[in-house]
Design a protein around this ligand. Structure first.
Ligand code: NAP
Length: 290
């Protein structure tokens, strides 16, 4: 256990902004990591509404915070107020991490990178191969964008044909042109198309809310779509073992929980702010041991 550092005039501040934020695990995870590493940082949480965002971004800069996390509903709204964006944040059109560098507010998105790092930690190598992903919302977009940037060869994205479908299709077309990844959008209602996609894939990802309450008894993959050599990953981390993951594990398929994505997106953010490696195993044990 690290010693709890006192807050002094030297303590650097990191914050989380969004609404609601009270439930967030980020303060507990980051403050414990700062203590463990002996870093003189403190992580605080502020409930911020969209109308106040511009003045909050200016205030953060004026107060000299080291950086901050951004959560819903501000992840896309913050873009015009930042000075620079990472390539991934630019392509995703969303920011979850801001670092202050030389007086500039620089936006990053670590959700997709956290997902990809967690795959690697679990021994799943999808680079140069094909994946199928259900869900093109915040988590899904971050994942398929980072996967395309990292060199996944082919990605089939399945979503409900909702009001955003055409805009998502255009965004995915732009991503294909920029990265060279063969990435396309598909209608989730077309089960034959989903079946054919999964049959040709080495990874299936659920990036929808299916699997979390009140949809904990549901699953975006039919049991008979599982095949040898298919790894299955969920973004849902509550419950930790979703119906999808339990089904995959029962059939002997590699099953990767959303908890690792949560931990690694935090670890990558912490590295951007402090240059240090977050003790991921320690944080997992401390807060998420079963
Ligand atoms: P979101 O932006 O609201 O996107 C949700 C996606 O799920 C949308 O594509 C939505 O389609 C789709 N969807 C909703 N109901 C569905 C259904 N019944 N069947 C199939 N698809 C459905 O939410 P999000 O922020 O991406 O979060 C998605 C999940 O990822 C949540 O469970 C969240 O907890 C998890 N997450 C995990 C992490 C992590 O670090 N592990 C990080 C972020 C999010 P429409 O566009 O038609 O609504």
């Amino acid at each position: 256990m690290g010693e709890k550092l006192g807050i002094s005039g030297h303590t650097k501040t990191i914050a989380l902004i969004g609404s609601p934020v009270e439930h967030s695990m980020s303060p507990a995870m980051h403050n414990a990591a700062f203590d463990k590493l002996g870093l003189d940082y403190a992580y605080l949480v502020y409930d911020v509404q969209p109308d106040d965002l511009e003045s909050v971004v200016k205030g953060m800069k004026a107060m000299g915070v080291a950086g901050y996390n951004v959560t819903m509903p501000l992840k896309t709204l913050i873009l015009p107020y930042l000075d620079e964006l990472s390539d991934a944040a630019k392509l995703m059109g969303a920011v979850n991490t801001v670092v202050m560098q030389d007086g500039k507010a620089i936006g990053h998105n670590t959700d997709g990178a956290g997902f990809m790092r967690n795959l690697k930690e679990n021994g799943v190598d999808i680079i140069g191969k094909k994946m199928t992903i259900v869900g093109a919302g915040g988590a899904g977009s971050a994942i398929f964008t980072q996967a395309a940037l990292d060199g996944v060869k082919e990605i089939d994205v399945f979503n409900i044909r909702d009001n955003f479908y055409d805009a998502t299709e255009k965004r995915i077309g732009d991503l294909a042109a920029k990265t060279g990844c063969n990435i396309t959008l598909h209608d989730l209602d077309d089960k034959d198309d989903l079946r054919a996609s999964v049959a040709a894939s080495q990874l299936f990802v659920n990036a929808s809310r299916v699997g979390m309450p009140p949809m904990e008894d549901q699953c975006t993959l039919e049991e008979d779509m599982l095949h040898d050599g298919l790894a299955v990953a969920d973004t849902v981390y509550n419950p930790r073992v979703t119906k999808l993951l339990a089904m995959a594990a029962e059939h002997g398929n590699k099953a990767v929980s959303g908890l690792g994505m949560l931990l690694w997106q935090a670890a990558i953010g912490e590295n951007i702010w402090t240059g240090q490696e977050m003790p991921v195993g320690y944080i997992e044990e401390k807060f998420f041991a079963e």
